[in-house]
Design a binder for this molecule. Structure first.
Ligand code: GLU
Length: 465
């Protein structure tokens, strides 16, 4: 059974790079009918907060990645870690080390002076004497003294580390608390994780974790170390390059399906296909196809994907999304016309809200430059003419086509080109000369509001003259 996990350290929020690794793990589990687990690595009690944990779960809910079973909190598992430290001590595979901090510093300096890498010298590895007084010992694992730690990384290929590069590293601190690599290895083993997919910043931890697996006789999982996401300059992605907190993408009006589609393509591909829905991602994803090299964050592409998903969303869904921007369209009688005419031009839901509000809300004031441009006799008299035509017409107006017919009729009679008046009409109705179809706007606003807004601009243009 394929069991994957996502194991964030809750230090504030869910990072976009973290979400990508989570997605890869999720897809691999779902593709294989396996399990996807969530483990919160909160052993560093001082740095972790409840709020940060909630932020992770909230981000998962937003993007719709569901995990199996209960969330595992490392902070609740100290007894388990202690038990395994005890076992390693009893089996002679780990030992107490009584080296003081001062002694360690001296050793480090000596090695550095010789141009060697600072490394513990195993002085308590086979110590059976009387321990020095007043020293709370750490526990160190007996790492192999010769040979290589080797494993096949599903992304990077064969990795082999000479054990001389490693030392008898600490698995429990002097206060008894277990160290990072120890708890990760214990948890992955006890949670039966079969495939560890994580950032390649953890690659150097893996040999240590393998030593722990081997000492306890646990079966090794498959490892996949995913290269970083870089900014367009090839540097580590930071807040300056765009949002790094997943929930900021929600605030900025991205749809979760667009974000996931964007992330799956960062470091993985399937031919030159760009659009993947969740079902397809699950079918096609394989961690062996993850790129060996880092991928570049591309904001334009994310916007392109987001507009694709907005365009293809149902109006009911868009109406629900818009509620976050205080636009309530669910029972608006022109919801369909409004959303059909604006959804093609918005790259984010936030932008969609701005465009839609621009139509629905009366313009606060008319922009000066456009007023100067449109303050001409023929514009004013034709806006007035259209208004009168609307007031006098006995026909019932409802759909865009009703307004289209009326306006064509008017301009034909006057022998004028209608296209010349689209901009001032839009300006009158929305406060912006550019935007969606004038007939759509009139239909959305209805006859009375259309007349009112025409009157407002006519008055303003008369003042301007
Ligand atoms: N807690 C680690 C992190 O947030 C991940 C550990 C792992 O995936 O093994 O970077």
């Amino acid at each position: 059974m394929v069991i994957t996990r996502f194991a964030p350290s809750p230090t504030g929020y869910l990072h976009i790079g973290g979400l990508r690794t989570a997605l890869f793990s999720y897809l691999w589990a779902r593709k294989n009918g396996g399990r996807f687990l969530l483990r919160i690595e909160d052993t560093d009690l001082a740095r972790n907060s409840q709020e940060a944990m909630r932020a992770i779960v909230e981000a998962f809910e937003w993007v719709g990645l569901d995990f199996d079973g209960e969330v595992v909190y490392q902070s609740a598992r100290f007894d388990i870690y202690k038990e395994y430290i005890r076992k390693l001590l009893d089996d002679g595979k780990a030992y107490y080390c009584y080296m003081s901090k001062e002694e360690l510093d001296i050793l480090r300096e000596e090695l550095q002076a010789k141009g060697e890498k600072p490394k513990y010298d195993n002085r308590y590895r086979d110590f059976y004497g009387i321990p020095p007084e007043g020293i709370a010992p750490v526990v160190r694992i007996k790492a192999p003294l010769e040979g290589m730690v080797e494993f096949e990384d599903g992304v990077k290929g064969r990795i082999a580390i000479d054990v001389k590069e490693l030392d008898d590293f600490i698995i429990a601190r002097s206060d008894g608390t277990p160290t990072y690599n120890f708890v990760v290895a214990i948890d992955d083993a006890l949670m039966n994780v079969s495939d560890v997919i994580r950032g390649d910043d953890h690659l150097s931890n893996t040999p240590k974790q393998i030593i722990i697996y081997n000492a306890l006789g646990f079966e090794l999982p498959m490892f996949y170390h995913v290269p970083m996401i870089l900014n367009p300059d090839g540097k580590k992605l930071s807040k300056r390059d765009g949002a790094t907190d997943v929930m900021d993408y929600k605030k900025e009006g991205y749809l979760p399906e667009a974000l996931l589609n964007f992330l799956v393509r960062l470091g993985w591909s399937h031919g030159d296909q760009e659009i993947f829905d969740m079902k397809e991602m699950c079918e096609l994803f394989c961690p062996k196809d993850i790129n060996k090299s880092a991928s570049a964050y591309n904001q334009e592409k994310l916007l392109w994907l987001n507009s694709h998903y907005i365009k293809n969303s149902s109006n009911d869904k868009l109406a629900r999304e818009l509620e976050r921007y205080e636009l309530f369209l669910a029972s608006h009688d022109k919801k369909e016309i409004l959303l059909n005419s604006v959804k093609d031009r918005a790259k984010t839901i936030k932008e969609l809200a701005i465009v839609a509000k621009g139509i629905l809300y009366e313009p606060n004031e008319y922009e000066q430059k456009s007023c100067e441009k449109f303050a001409k006799d023929d514009v004013i008299s034709n806006l007035e003419g259209i208004k009168i035509h609307l007031v006098d017409s006995l026909k019932a107006f409802n759909l865009p086509i009703d307004y289209e017919e009326l306006l064509h009729q008017y301009f034909e009679k006057k022998e004028l080109k209608i296209s010349k008046y689209f901009q001032p009409l839009r300006f009158a109705l929305t406060g912006s000369p550019m935007g969606v179809s004038v007939f759509d706007i009139m239909s959305i606003l209805g006859k009375n509001i259309t007349i009112k807004r025409l009157e407002s601009l006519i008055e303003r243009l008369r003042e301007e003259k």
